[in-house]
Design a protein around this ligand. Structure first.
Ligand code: B12
Ligand code: SF4
Length: 493
């Protein structure tokens, strides 16, 4: 019996809190898996709960005549909202298959598939598997022998044969035009006043022991050809007037020649698109000078670098395969070539000592001096499943979630790692505040120019913070409390 050809895909909410999130990103995971479905003539509904206040009602309505519901999730809040959605669908008496995909289900397919609201998990790359499942369902056939699935029936978990990661050039362009109101995903930011997110590769060849990439893509890196990237960018430019691109690739600069060719084509076609992308610190030192020239000429605004730690011991423990010196050298190289560089550091790793945390601050300070402003972001370690650091966290007293549902409240969302006190977090935040104002960036200076009150605030904060940074004195943070109070008052003026 032939059934409908409609498929509903949900990208659940990313955040529990209602705090202001400055950017609105297109839901690339569901866009990616929808591309081959649209190409085969399916009627796909893309629902992004991050931008649809009434998403739950819309979802249930769309599911009434859909062949299946696909839900994407990473570890954290998306699991909670995805399960809420699935419950609502079942409560409405709808029995369409609910298929889950994304990083979290791919890392823990068995545990995920044991949840009653999970009919099957698609492991890893979703395009070929979901297309085949859709084909079966549209013909009214069983789909449970399709390769790349994990499901649970009568208490038994079944894992079908795996698939090789396919060349992503075989998949059609992401259909941004099929999103409800695609214009809402344009952001006014440093790379361009009409910036959008885009991904040009999948996976990462590195092996960091806190990261999901090696687990899901087995250290393979598949990338679009330069021609494909250019054709996608041209589409985004003509369809949405995009003038800025934030690459969501886990690592963009794996192949220097490819990066250079993309940039050369952008220059030749006079694209006028600003962009930023992730790089590994040691890559930059190996690039030829001409590479930087062409990257910059094509609109590269910044290299985004996951530095993680300034401690040799921690970098080794997480198998980051970089040294603190690589991090500082990357800042020197980028600055010499007039390209910004922005780092992400993490503190609170399981077993990390006070001395190692100091080493991280030291490297943050060194790179700030090289580039002339505080150019880092400080994060707290959030355990995610399936890697050596997570195992270490368990050894150190972390109580690991025992079910799919429990992973929703995990990671930074819930906080409260046994070794990470609120006092520790406050101390780190205070110190970051002093770095932000002690090494003021363009952003801080722009803030100052907005009003007289803001200008006075920034002057006071930079003077006090610079003095602290000079003396490396972080105790008695009375000024921090005072400045925070003042900032609140100014924000309300
Ligand atoms: C952007 C991003 C975010 C944004 C998302 C905003 C948005 N609207 O897009 C924000 C900032 C919210 C975010 C948050 C977090 N993130 Co994040 N994020 C990313 C990033 C850089 C890009 C995601 C993306 O668009 N990918 C592109 C799409 C096309 O790829 P994809 O997701 O792999 O999709 C494929 C498959 O997974 C599968 N698939 C995906 N969905 C579905 C659905 C169905 C039905 C099917 C069948 C298949 C399928 O098929 C797709 C195509 O092949 C990824 C890294 C990366 N490059 O993917 C990390 C990543 C997903 N994040 C990660 C992490 C750890 C986090 C945080 C926990 C970090 C933290 N410490 O707080 C938080 C989660 C908590 C929270 N608040 O949500 C990890 C995931 C780990 C995990 N266990 O889930 C990643 C992989 C980074 C990493 N390298 O480890 N993140
Ligand atoms: S380099 Fe980045 S994306 Fe690659 S494995 Fe390490 S942390 Fe993950």
């Amino acid at each position: 019996m032939k059934k409908s050809n409609k498929i509903t895909l949900l990208y659940p909410g990313n955040h529990f809190d209602k705090v202001y999130h400055p950017w609105t990103w297109a839901p690339l995971p569901i866009l990616a898996v929808s591309a081959p479905l649209f190409a085969q003539g399916y009627d796909v509904v893309l629902l992004d709960a991050n931008v649809e206040p009434d998403w739950m009602k819309l979802l249930v309505d769309e599911c009434r005549d859909s062949l299946m519901l696909g839900i994407s999730c990473m570890t954290g809040p998306q699991i909670h909202f995805g399960l809420e959605a699935a419950r609502a669908v079942r409560s409405a008496g709808l029995d369409l298959p609910i298929i889950w995909g994304g990083y979290h289900p791919s890392i823990l397919p068995e545990q995920t598939s044991r949840n009653q609201y999970v009919d099957a998990v698609v492991r890893g790359q979703g395009e070929p598997t979901l297309l085949e499942v859709a084909g079966r369902l549209s013909q009214g056939e069983d789909y449970l022998d399709v390769r790349g699935l994990t499901y649970c029936r009568d208490g038994e978990v079944v894992t079908t044969e795996g698939r090789k990661v396919e060349d992503i050039n075989n998949f059609p362009r992401l259909p941004y035009e099929k999103l409800r109101n695609p214009q809402q995903y344009l952001n006014n930011m440093h790379v361009g006043s009409r910036s959008i997110n885009y991904v040009s590769s999948q996976g990462c060849p590195a092996r960091c022991q806190f990261c999901a990439e090696p687990l899901v893509y087995d250290r393979r890196w598949k990338a679009y050809t330069p021609e494909r990237v250019l054709s996608d960018l041209e589409f985004l430019q003509s369809f949405l007037g995009v003038n800025g691109v934030m690459y969501f690739d886990s690592t963009y600069f794996v192949n220097e020649r490819r990066a250079r060719e993309i940039s050369q084509m952008m220059v030749d076609r006079d694209m006028g698109i600003g962009w930023a992308a992730n790089a590994r610190a040691p890559q930059l030192g190996k690039f030829a000078d001409e590479t930087f020239d062409i990257l910059k000429a094509s609109g590269l605004w910044a290299f985004l670098v996951g530095a993680e730690s300034g401690s040799h011991t921690q970098l080794e423990a997480m198998q980051k395969d970089i040294s603190p010196e690589d991090i500082v050298e990357a800042a020197r190289v980028a600055t010499r070539h007039g390209v910004k560089i922005s780092y992400s550091f993490i503190v609170g790793f399981p077993g990390e000592t006070q001395q190692e945390i100091e080493e991280t601050w030291e490297v943050m300070e060194r790179v700030s001096k090289v580039v002339g402003e505080y150019n880092s972001q400080l994060h707290f370690y959030a355990p995610t499943p399936g890697n050596a650091l997570y195992d270490k966290a368990l050894e150190m007293g972390l109580e690991g979630p025992q079910s799919f549902e429990e992973w929703a409240m995990f990671s930074t969302v819930k906080g409260g790692l046994p070794w990470m006190s609120t006092r520790f977090r406050n101390r780190m935040k205070q110190r970051e505040f002093y770095m932000v104002y002690g090494y003021p960036s363009e952003w801080v200076r722009r803030r100052a120019s907005r009003s007289r009150a803001r200008s006075m605030y920034v002057k006071l904060a930079t003077t006090l913070s610079a003095a602290r940074c000079r003396r490396r004195f972080w105790g008695l943070p009375l000024d921090w409390w005072l400045l925070r109070g003042l900032r609140g008052a100014i924000a309300n003026e």
